[in-house]
Design a protein around this ligand. Sequence first.
Ligand SMILES: [Zn+2]
Length: 336
Amino acid sequence: MNGPETMNTPEEVLPGIFRVEVPLPGSPLKSINSWVIPSAEGRNLVVDTGMLRSECATVLLAGLAALEVDPGRTDVFITHIHADHSALAGVLAVRGATLHMEHAELALLRDFEDRERFFAIMGELGRRAGLSEDEILGAARLHPGVKYSPPKTPPIEPVEAGSTFAAGRYRFTAVSTPGHSPNHLCLWEPEHRILISGDHILGDITPNITSWPGVEDSLGDYLSSLEETRKLGARIALPGHRTPIRDVAARITELQVHHEERLAEVLRILASGGPQNVCSVASQMTWDIQAETWEAFPLAQKWFACGEAAAHLDHLVVTGRARVEDDLYSVLPPTR
Ligand SMILES: [Zn+2]
């Protein structure tokens, strides 16, 4: 037997905490972890879901059935807005589950439900970065939030940092971890020192940090969140993608070093190339993408690369190491 059901049999990662690996066909992320904590009495807890795709729904529903989790007795906690975490939740809501998401993140999700508005925001960000109209249109059409989200956001209960969720032997508290998204929440279980980390901390891939409309310094927020997370002293993190992280403190340090190196790289690019836009900086950064040239980058990846470059540039501006004028960035103090 090696059908999709057996390939995705829920794995008990910690006593009473199961990982349902929901596939994301065609995505470099490969899959998303839906963390499931069944309760014999009281309510079950599911953290993050998948995209609104039949491939995702089949596996998640089969996983819940295998664990005898009744959606009608289940709370679904959504760590953040991204479609791979949030978009499938409505499929559980129609089966009776109660959905939960940070209140400002929920407002953003509802705001982006207006696709014209979403495209207008993407257009403005893309133009400022220096992408062409064709590139912006292509990236917008390919955006997972457009392709794999429901046209209408299902009913979701707004929550905030400090909200608690009890399931099985565990009692989780939502903790604020902005950066990867503007109002990202993790779930923290202080007695067993378990962190369900969404996309705040990932193991063998680096969380994408991008610029967001209305956020001055996403990367600064992210670096602060990493420090706050370090203080929790988690002994294990259960991330949104790939496998659990056993040495959380070491992984936090790796992520901090990664961004320091990226910031240094961006400063070098600015120093050698003079004032330039986000797209120009992104085209000179190093990326783990199989493409010979910047022009050959897949469009979706180009969009994310520009977002990441912009987040690093914003942070350099906010911390006084670069300046921006007419969307062109340069080092401070001027090199000549
Ligand atoms: Zn995400």
